[in-house]
Design a protein around this ligand. Sequence first.
Ligand code: GAR
Length: 226
Amino acid sequence: MKADPVDAPRILILASGAGTNVQALIDASKERDFPGKIVAVGCNRPNAFALERAAQANIEHFTVDHTRFGSREEFDGMLMAEIRRRNPDLILLAGFMRILTTDFVRALRGTLLNVHPSLLPKYTGLNTHQRALDAGDAEHGTSIHFVTEELDGGPVIAQAQVNVSKDDTAETLAEKVQAKEHLLYPIVMRWFCEGRIQLGTDYVMFDGQPLNQPLVLPDEPETSGA
Ligand code: GAR
């Protein structure tokens, strides 16, 4: 049953670019039994296609253009004001390519999640696909984690893996990883809305228990004609 819209957790998404993850989250939120509501999509770039995706889904969207601010603190201050106005219970970073200040992250502790394209703790920061290739990794993937003061270092909730083949390039690997993100992030969004995930002192609580290791998205079953 659809949650009462008045009580349903309010979700705000922040993005910077193409927004394929934004689209996956929007699509998942349209499911009849989805227990939350995406109230807005915010971007730091006025031409981000993620804004267009929100518009097409009739979701409120806004821009805080980082190039108009003299410092990270001023940008984060304005972004925080825009977030607060919409009173979200959950904020999802979905390809949001700005480093956030410690004050900003602390103020949203326990309600701020990020998708990062690597199997954390491997490859924090940028160029994760090329770095996995350069290291000769057989497996690569994506992680959904709580955002804390440490860049890409907050407790990991869930991961999904992909096999690296010898023909992979950074581009093909990114495609494979993003396909997994589009499955995994909506699942984690739902879990949060259902009250199943919380941030403990420095660990994830899942269904009331500390999580010893990230949950792993199982591989899709082989389709067989049988
Ligand atoms: C995603 O693959 C996400 O993991 C990555 O940016 C991509 C955005 O794609 N995020 C980061 O690298 C954060 N450090 P999208 O705009 O199509 O969702």
